[in-house]
Design a protein around this ligand. Structure first.
Ligand SMILES: *[C@@H]1O[C@H](CO)[C@@H](O)[C@H](O)[C@H]1NC(C)=O
Ligand SMILES: *[C@@H]1O[C@H](CO)[C@@H](O)[C@H](O)[C@H]1NC(C)=O
Ligand SMILES: *[C@@H]1O[C@H](CO)[C@@H](O)[C@H](O)[C@H]1NC(C)=O
Ligand SMILES: *[C@@H]1O[C@H](CO)[C@@H](O)[C@H](O)[C@H]1NC(C)=O
Ligand SMILES: *[C@@H]1O[C@H](CO)[C@@H](O)[C@H](O)[C@H]1NC(C)=O
Ligand SMILES: *[C@@H]1O[C@H](CO)[C@@H](O)[C@H](O)[C@H]1NC(C)=O
Ligand SMILES: *[C@@H]1O[C@H](CO)[C@@H](O)[C@H](O)[C@H]1NC(C)=O
Length: 424
């Protein structure tokens, strides 16, 4: 409401202009709070309802027809997408055809498991937490952090439209994390996706539509990963080299597709079950608190004295993010290092674009937390501090109180012209 200060009782002879200016003042202050066109503008919004009101970001919206349908399971290769088809055809021969597609995309394996050999020939994580592939040529899944008492910190299912409070918390605490982003969410909330890069977090692929991947035909597994990589590149400007399978549901067939796309597989050792609160009867906030506490107890009793760990936590909704905030101080006290997973493995070049880097583990624990370099999509709006909103206002050429106290009728008329254009 900065413009209100322009009015004093002595302005009463200009009542008409005052009313117009007051109207503009209301519009200007809400427009400034509602900059929905830049990363910094989105990052400055504090009202969760406003954060979650859809906006249009043209660079992403204009290419919607080049991507699969939003949130439709499973993703398929877009008809006539020759780049995707050529890539699929070039990797197809490396994908095993003797590993069964299992169950349903919603994770009902009841018709499959009764006949599945207990020897787990496919190294199916959902069956027995297998993380060391049986098919030659595949790397083991990442399930922990090699450094002692270190926690690989990360969050699945973002970007969530209402994540500013949580990301502000991470920034305030100078804490970076690995964000496992869903392609459909980035398509809906591209500027929220940009914030992860601007804030120095690591970005990994968490599929286009979040299906159980072992239930998806190989060509669609490819589509789930490929289009998420493409969407992250389009919206954020980088191409990830890591993926996390939804629900951890992976086998050697799915691993082969990820490998062919240059994606390292990251799973976890323990699950907070934060994601099941509200959807699975019996899983309550107390369950999640007990799981966080158990991780902390294990850190304190020597369980991670020789190598650290990874726990599954989410950017899914207000509850999961609130839990992360609530437990952060206790995690900080229990672990000697809390790092993005790539940092834990010295993956200093986390993206295909070679001009962007993360610190090594020793740099990070030594206090160098910030990535160097920047990517094209967010280079103009890398800063995402609390001043973002007013910077956006200044960038729009709006008068500010420091411009002086006299705003002429001519200026008001010009501004109203601007309002009319905005409303048109
Ligand atoms: C694919 O390309 C063919 C040949 O150019 C065209 O006839 C067809 O309409 C296209 N299909 C889609 C879905 O764009
Ligand atoms: C699938 O075939 C490959 C060789 O192409 C073989 O090494 C592997 O053991 C087979 N996997 C299963 C589950 O039968
Ligand atoms: C350490 O704590 C964890 C979590 O409470 C527990 O599961 C584990 O058995 C404990 N280990 C030892 C060696 O006490
Ligand atoms: C994001 O979080 C909000 C607040 O909890 C929730 O209402 C919304 O459904 C979430 N969005 C997605 C896509 O999960
Ligand atoms: C959860 O929602 C409340 C009410 O809107 C809000 O005050 C709080 O900041 C939210 N917490 C997070 C972590 O987003
Ligand atoms: C990361 O780099 C440090 C310093 O060179 C080294 O001690 C450590 O083993 C490396 N970690 C991994 C997982 O390679
Ligand atoms: C990094 O490289 C990409 C192309 O791969 C380019 O679009 C981008 O502008 C570069 N960013 C910086 C900061 O050099």
């Amino acid at each position: 409401m900065r413009f209100s200060s322009l009015f004093t009782p002595s302005s009463s002879t200009h009542t008409g202009a005052a009313a117009i200016l007051l109207g503009f003042s209301l519009w200007a202050s809400s427009a400034r709070a509602q900059d929905r066109t830049t990363e910094a503008g989105e990052a400055a919004i504090t009202d969760p309802n406003q954060e979650c009101t859809p906006y249009t970001y043209t660079p992403v919206a204009s290419l919607a027809s080049s991507f699969p349908a939003n949130w439709v399971q499973p993703a398929v290769i877009v008809p006539n997408d020759t780049e995707a088809l050529n890539k699929w055809n070039s990797i197809k021969s490396s994908i095993p055809t003797n590993i069964s597609v299992k169950g349903t995309v919603k994770g009902d394996f009841s018709n499959f498991t009764p006949t599945y050999p207990t020897s787990d020939p496919d190294c199916w994580w959902t069956y027995d937490k297998c993380d060391t592939p049986k098919l030659a040529g595949l790397s083991p899944d990442v399930i922990n952090i090699p450094e002692p008492l270190s926690l690989g910190y990360g969050f699945d299912d973002g970007p969530n439209c209402s994540h500013n409070t949580f990301y502000d918390f991470l920034s305030t605490n100078k804490q970076k994390a690995t964000m496992y982003y869903i392609g459909s969410n980035i398509q809906n909330w591209p500027l929220e996706g940009q914030r992860a890069l601007a804030d120095g977090h690591e970005i990994c692929v968490h599929t286009w539509s979040h299906p159980y991947l072992t239930a998806v035909q190989s060509e669609s597994v490819f589509a789930e990963l490929w289009y998420t990589m493409k969407m992250i590149k389009l919206a954020i400007g980088v191409t990830p080299t890591c993926m996390r399978p939804p629900y951890g549901d992976i086998d050697d067939r799915v691993r082969a597709v990820a490998k062919a796309l240059g994606l390292r597989v990251i799973v976890w050792q323990s699950d907070s079950f934060d994601w099941e609160v509200g959807s699975t009867p019996g899983v309550t906030p107390a369950t999640v608190d007990a799981n966080y506490q158990s991780l902390i107890n294990a850190a304190k009793n020597g369980t991670y004295a020789t190598s650290g760990t990874i726990m599954l936590t989410h950017e899914l909704n207000n509850f999961t993010m609130s839990e992360a905030i609530k437990w952060y101080p206790a995690l900080k006290a229990a672990f000697t290092a809390i790092v993005p997973v790539g940092v834990g493995y010295n993956i200093t070049q986390p993206y295909l674009e070679t001009n962007y880097s993360l610190p090594s583990f020793s740099q990070y624990v030594g206090g160098q937390l910030t990535a160097t370099g920047s990517a094209s999509a967010s280079s103009a709006s890398v800063s995402s501090d609390a001043q973002g909103g007013s910077k956006a206002g200044a960038a729009m050429g709006m008068p500010t109180a420091s411009n002086g106290l006299i705003v002429s009728i001519v200026t008001v008329a010009a501004l109203l012209g601007g309002v009319a254009r905005v409303l048109a």
